[in-house]
Write a protein that binds this ligand. Structure first.
Ligand code: GLC
Length: 512
């Protein structure tokens, strides 16, 4: 049984009556969240604003903390179009859910738009609301910020004496000037000395027009503690392993880590990713029944995607954005026709259920080689993606870098073994399978190139062609270990420990 809040209610602390016993008042600040629970606000089912993994992890933490009766407040932009009620009404602010108001959020149909101007404008409007309205209203004991869109908040909070935790989910940043801050209503003069400027700031006026402020670096610099979503990604940044991560970020994290103010916490998939309970699967299953149930799910998926309908063929599943900077779809594109040809006799199939810049490129390859019955390229959809985890045999994640990554853990839970580049969070969560020693949970390659990916896929298919009883035994073990090891409860507890460590007056009260 997975160790989730749902299946182990006994780990929840008893409801406390005195607010002092509920630990510090936490303000959780995020620009996206996949869902919030009913206990946070009326109309909770309307609050869905997801662009990527940050939304899933934010939802998991907010839900887990609330279930453990923590004194929790949430700040997020009021995306009116996304939050609209059935009769066209708008969501209203509640006691615990604070909506940042700005016309910029009102008319859009997605969480982010892609131009730099739009991203920055949103981030500044959001932070203006949090800094100047929501923090004074909530009066939190601690603020938990997430990614560059919240990077000014630790500096502002420092001036108010409120400790902050800054979580790095990804390395994107923007670099506005003080003038841009003020033009968007953020009064930087209050806390500019805590920010990270590209050039040493002599004084406010000198820096005002031309000295860019790095928002990610500012969050790291001013926060009392910084956590990265896996220990390996933290080390990779500190040691400068990734060319696309600027030296200033490595340097800042190196300094924070040296004084015990930086750590790594691996995310967990949401408890709803449980093959025993997932209502979006054609057939739900336990570790012991995965073999038969996955065949049923595979047939249903093949039918939907227009692939040859045969439950005995191996199927690879691509779950994440087709983004060549991070996720490595170009590696798959490079080997695709040859791979399908080499495994023609066993009928290898690939289900790509994802959006992103490489979508058209993959369609072109499928069309040029007539691979339609073997390779499906379908835009992202949550139900289809869940069916991918439930029906495919292997999950592909050849990321060039990966702060944490969730699909490899979801895959292991569903008995869909991950094939990954050994980097960042993928290194912390996937070990190469060793049948003799009964260890490992997937297939990992070390060199980020098409040859590396091909090697790992060959390894997976060698396993696939091994004795069926061996395969079933290994997949069963992997599913059971994943349910135990990738535990939402443990992740929530690690964050609680950080919060109480930052607010010493609550020490000793965090763990129930
Ligand atoms: C980002 C990262 C991903 C991580 C997620 C949640 O999407 O790319 O690796 O799992 O944030 O922290």
């Amino acid at each position: 049984m997975p160790n989730t809040l749902e299946t182990h209610p006994e780990i929840l602390p008893q409801k406390q009556t005195s607010t002092a016993r509920r630990g510090p008042k936490i303000l959780f600040v995020t620009p996206e969240i996949s869902y919030v629970s009913n206990s946070m606000c009326n109309d909770a089912q309307r609050v869905r604003a997801k662009a990527g993994g940050l939304a899933d992890v934010a939802a998991l933490l907010v839900d887990g903390l609330k279930k453990r009766h923590r004194d929790l407040h949430l700040a997020l932009p009021n995306y009116r179009q996304l939050f609209r009620t059935e009769n066209g009404g708008t969501l209203t602010e509640s006691k615990r859910v604070h909506l940042a108001e700005d016309c910029h959020f009102y008319r859009r149909h997605g969480v982010y738009q892609t131009s730099r101007h739009d991203l920055l404008r949103s981030a500044l409007a959001f932070q203006r609301e949090v800094i100047h309205r929501i923090i004074p209203k909530v009066k939190p004991d601690i603020i938990h910020c997430n990614d560059w869109m919240t990077g000014l908040i630790p500096a502002a909070a420092k001036r108010l004496g409120i400790p902050t935790l800054f979580t790095i989910h990804n390395i994107h940043t923007e670099r506005p000037t003080l003038a841009e801050l003020e033009n968007n209503g953020v009064f930087g003069a209050d806390f500019w000395e805590e920010l990270y400027f590209e050039n040493y700031p002599e004084n406010y006026d000198e820096s005002y027009w031309t000295n860019p402020i790095d928002l990610l670096a500012s969050g790291i610099r001013a926060a009392d503690h910084v956590n990265v979503v896996s220990p390996t990604f933290l080390d990779e940044i500190r040691y400068g392993h990734h060319e696309n991560i600027p030296g200033r970020i490595s340097h800042l994290l190196w300094e924070k880590h040296a004084v015990g103010a930086a750590s790594g916490i691996v995310n967990s998939p949401d408890p709803s990713f449980n093959p025993q309970k997932d209502s979006l699967l054609t057939e739900r299953y336990k570790s012991k029944t995965h073999h038969e149930a996955k065949a049923v799910n595979k047939l249903a998926l093949q039918h939907t995607l227009g692939l040859d309908e045969n439950p005995d063929v191996p199927m690879l599943f691509w779950p994440s954005r087709l983004d060549p900077i991070q996720k490595g779809p170009q590696l798959l594109a490079e080997i695709l026709p040859q791979l399908i040809q080499d495994y023609h006799d066993i009928g290898l199939q690939i289900a790509i259920i994802a959006d992103g810049p490489w979508e058209q490129g993959l369609h072109d390859i499928v069309n040029a080689h007539g691979l339609h019955r073997r390779v499906a390229v379908h835009g992202f959809s949550e139900p289809l993606s869940r069916q991918g985890f439930g029906g495919a045999d292997y999950v592909l994640m050849p990321s060039s870098f990966e702060p944490c990554g969730l699909p490899q853990m979801i895959g292991a839970r569903y008995g869909t073994l991950p094939i990954v580049h050994h980097t960042g969070g993928l290194k912390d969560t996937v070990q190469h399978l060793n049948i003799e020693e009964n260890t490992g949970n997937g297939f990992a390659f070390e060199h980020f190139d098409a040859g590396g990916l091909r090697w790992a896929i060959d390894e997976a298919l060698r396993f696939h062609l091994s004795d069926e009883s061996i395969r079933i035994k290994q997949v069963t073990r992997i599913m059971e270990e994943a349910a135990r090891n990738f535990s939402p409860v443990e992740v929530v507890k690690q964050y609680e420990d950080l919060y109480t460590g930052l607010v010493p007056s609550f020490m000793g009260e965090a763990r129930a």
